[in-house]
Write a protein that binds this ligand. Structure first.
Ligand code: SF4
Length: 346
């Protein structure tokens, strides 16, 4: 899928959440005008035919909180390029705050063919929302989600772990309440302390302590497994270097890793492998000193091996194998993920 990104930094956002420095995250400091939106679309139009689906996304601030005339300027600029109007863009998506959705907003979204809305829910714990200066309650997220789903708009919910006042238990509870809203997609962002924010001041004063990368990976692995068990697609975990924050010294602290999502998937792969190895060791005595072969679904070898072979080394050392090899299941073998990993000793 090709996504045409239009960043609308902080425009219209009525809030200043403790963790947000939207200008840094989007890498932009000014609101684009119609001309620059047009030239961005025309730039991507040249490569659009290489993709099955093309979406235009308004990222950044709170789209539906922007002055209505500005929203309409953006949306009108895109209309001629939509497939429904003979163009090449399949869908428009935007992100916004839960308290910036009501019936009149929904009417406007439908009028201009906006079909995916991502709400920054962040937490469903009202105390966490208050401590993070979100300026809305969990009820606002419930209400906005109901309105969007009722209008047939694809619902995305963005969540954060490790916010001020949050614990791993409250973050798990948030995931349960998010799942009850039946979103189509979810994003999980560990809280990162970015300079020039309230959270940065609290960090300097010792009032906020970031959870470690290790515990955050573990927690997000739990959350990902939970959402998958509810058939909810998690489309992203963690800020990435493309968010323009990694190489500019903007991060003060926090569980940031450029491949955070892969670390989480790799943790889940390790859990599955260890479960299979434990059963194997129980069933057949004398596995120590032998070679272990882990057969995994196509395309998942790197998750199972882990970064810098950490998963393979962990299994090898903990269970005393001479060697550990991860291989893709052979062509023709059943590709049912629930059957994997398949472990064999030789
Ligand atoms: S609502 Fe979004 S854009 Fe506004 S301050 Fe909070 S995180 Fe930043």
């Amino acid at each position: 899928m090709l996504i045409i990104p239009i960043f609308v930094p902080h425009a219209g956002c009525p809030n200043d959440c403790c963790f947000c420095n939207q200008k840094i995250i989007s890498g932009n400091t000014s609101v684009p005008d119609a001309e620059s939106v047009l030239s961005t679309i025309q730039f991507y139009e040249k490569i659009a035919n290489r993709y099955d689906e093309v979406q235009l996304a308004f990222y950044g601030g709170s789209f539906t909180a922007i002055e209505v005339s500005l929203q309409e300027m953006f949306l009108k600029t895109v209309q001629p390029f939509l497939k429904v109007n003979g163009g090449f863009i399949d869908r428009i998506r935007a992100s916004t705050r839960p308290d910036c959705i009501d019936e009149s907003v929904i009417d406007r979204l439908i009028k201009y063919n906006v079909s995916i809305i991502e709400l920054g829910a962040q937490s469903m714990d009202d105390n966490v929302l208050k401590m993070s200066k979100r300026g809305h309650t969990s009820e606002a997220t419930r209400k906005a989600s109901r309105l969007l789903k009722g209008a047939g708009i694809t619902l995305g919910l963005q969540t954060m772990t490790g916010l001020p006042g949050a614990t791993s238990e409250s973050d798990r509870k948030t995931a349960e309440e998010i799942a009850e809203l039946q979103p189509d997609i979810v994003r999980i962002y560990p809280t990162i302390v970015i300079k020039d924010t309230d959270l940065y001041e609290w960090f300097l004063d010792g009032e906020y302590i970031s959870p470690s990368l290790e515990e955050t990976v573990d927690l997000c692995a739990d959350l990902l497994e939970y959402y998958e068990s509810k058939n909810i697609t998690v489309i992203r975990m963690g800020l990435q270097s493309s968010d323009n924050i990694s190489d500019r010294g903007d991060i003060a602290c926090g569980p940031y890793h450029p491949a955070f999502g892969q670390l989480v998937k790799s943790r889940i792969a390790l859990r599955k492998t260890e479960g299979a190895v434990k059963s194997l060791c129980k069933a057949s005595a004398g596995t120590r000193g032998k070679s272990l072969i882990i057969s995994v679904p196509k395309g998942q070898c790197s998750d199972y091996i882990g970064q810098k072979k950490c998963n393979s080394e962990y299994i090898k050392n903990k269970y005393g194998f001479r060697s550990v090899k991860v291989v893709e299941c052979s062509i023709g073998e059943e590709q049912n993920n629930s059957n994997y990993p398949n472990v064999i000793v030789r």
